[in-house]
Write a protein that binds this ligand. Structure first.
Ligand code: PHE
Length: 341
């Protein structure tokens, strides 16, 4: 009798347990797992409710045997539920991580943009200021002839002033006849030859001198030349133009001064300095009234036309403006340096 009862119980237990295992395998959420667990192992569950039936068994031995059987199956089911729960928790965590994931990698798909070199920036600003004052921009070649660089600028061959510029010559034609321009002044002649006066021109560009690089010199640097040709131009026009340029470029609290000097292509000649608000001076460049011989070389009649010219270094201005100690820094192509400007 007792064996039949146990057999029947064992059968039902196996059915309930198999059923529970099958359903457990299909469970995909922790909530579903929890309700399945109480449906199976809870007091009224398919397996849990069998405990209450033990009392109805006939013999003590049968109760013991059935009880042990029930415990074993209950433990196995609990273990199966725990394993499934662990798995579902891992999956849920992985899903949450995937959802909350932040991409902190750098955005390399956006092209990194460069910018103009600081000398180019200074040139553009100078051009802006001068075009604002009514000037037009002109350019000339970097490889020049002796004629434009010296001769037409009132420096015939063997003129001692030629040694003011340490010239780099190009091996072409007559020795010494082709060179890298030592200043932007030859563009004055080219403009006079091709434009009709009145002329209000600025001429930026690269110039070359046989110089050893140091903190304030480079063999290749940049100048900007200014040329005005009109009727009745005086030295006061020159001084006034330099002063308005100074204020427009550096600011209203800067002023300029002229000091007597010598250039073969201007008469009288001067050097001009800019005074900072703190009272210190920056030497900027040379200037003067265009020499009659230069007007003639440019095809203009000095009886009819008068003019002034000035020229100065752009690199030095950029150096001044940004407080750079060593001009060579500007040409080492070190991005850590260049990106600051
Ligand atoms: N060309 C001169 C120099 O390089 C500067 C200058 C330009 C002087 C125009 C007078 C007039 O030193």
């Amino acid at each position: 009798m007792a064996t039949d009862q146990i057999k029947a119980l064992e059968e039902r237990l196996k059915t309930a347990s198999d059923d529970a295992i099958n359903r457990l395998a299909a469970v995909t959420t922790i909530d579903d797992l929890r309700s399945l667990q109480s449906e199976v192992l809870g007091k009224k569950g398919s397996v849990g409710s069998m405990k209450s039936e033990l009392g109805r068994l006939d013999s003590v031995d049968a109760k013991k045997e059935a009880g042990a059987m029930l415990n074993t199956v209950t433990e196995q089911l609990e273990a199966a539920f725990n394993t499934r729960r662990d798995l579902l928790e891992d999956v849920a965590f992985a899903q949450q991580v995937a959802k909350e994931r932040l991409d902190l990698t750098e955005h390399l798909s956006v092209a990194r943009r460069g910018h103009s070199h600081l000398v180019t920036q200074a040139t553009r600003r100078l051009e802006d200021v001068f075009t604002g004052l009514g000037f037009q921009i002109a350019e000339g070649p970097e490889v020049e002839s002796d004629f434009y660089n010296f001769e037409a600028l009132n420096m015939p061959k063997s003129h001692p002033a030629r040694s003011m510029w340490d010239t780099m010559f190009v091996e072409s034609g007559e020795p010494g006849s082709v060179l890298l321009r030592t200043h932007t002044s030859p563009v004055q002649i080219r403009v006079m030859e091709t434009w009709k006066p009145p002329i209000y021109a600025i001429m930026p560009g690269r110039v070359f001198r046989r110089d050893t690089p140091d903190a304030t010199h480079m063999p290749v640097f940049h100048q900007i030349e200014c040329l005005v040709i009109d009727r009745g131009i005086t030295f006061a026009d020159l001084a006034g133009t330099i002063e308005s340029f100074t204020k427009a470029f550096f600011g209203g609290d800067f002023t300029s001064r002229l000091r007597p000097s010598y250039f073969p292509f201007t008469e009288p000649s001067a050097e001009f300095d800019i005074r900072r608000p703190d009272g210190t001076w920056i030497e900027l460049g040379g200037c003067g009234m265009v020499h009659p011989n230069v007007l003639r070389a440019g095809g203009l009649d000095p009886e009819e036309w008068t003019g002034f010219a000035f020229g100065f270094g752009i690199d030095r201005m950029a150096k001044e403006r940004h407080g750079i100690d060593d001009i060579r820094e500007m040409y080492t192509n070190d991005l850590r340096f260049l990106r600051q400007f």
